[in-house]
Design a protein around this ligand. Structure first.
Ligand code: FES
Length: 118
């Protein structure tokens, strides 16, 4: 396990997000209404980037097939609902998978992310 400096706290105001590379992973670090979260930037459905996913009520929604994940636990709250019909078929081919989430902390004016194996 290892803590990696993601960015300066000042660079992550409420509503902001950044993608940081940690080892060979890309981690999406975001500030949602003053709370920091870090999730894998790769959607567990088809490995597409989560960077522009909508965030609401502690949930992030993939911009592609709109799977949604709890920002605290990574659990699936909705699986591939989009586009209608096709999304449901895609969801049946690939069973729901949680997104990886990572602990965060603030120290010395920076946001840190803990990623196992780094
Ligand atoms: S790639 Fe994210 S839901 Fe399909």
């Amino acid at each position: 396990m290892g803590w990696t400096k993601a960015c300066a706290v000042d660079a992550l105001a409420p509503g902001d997000r950044q993608v940081v590379k940690v080892g060979d992973r890309k981690i999406l670090v975001l500030n949602e209404a003053g709370s920091l979260y870090a999730v894998d930037n790769t959607c567990p459905h088809m490995k597409l980037p989560m960077k522009s996913g909508k965030v609401k009520d502690c949930t992030i929604t993939c911009p592609f097939h709109r799977s949604s994940f709890d920002l605290k636990t990574g659990e699936v709250t909705n699986w591939t609902p989009f586009p209608p019909v096709v999304g449901n078929l895609l969801g049946k081919i690939s069973p729901p998978k949680a997104i990886a989430v990572f602990p965060t902390r603030i120290e010395d004016g920076n946001v840190w992310v803990e990623v196992e194996g780094v």
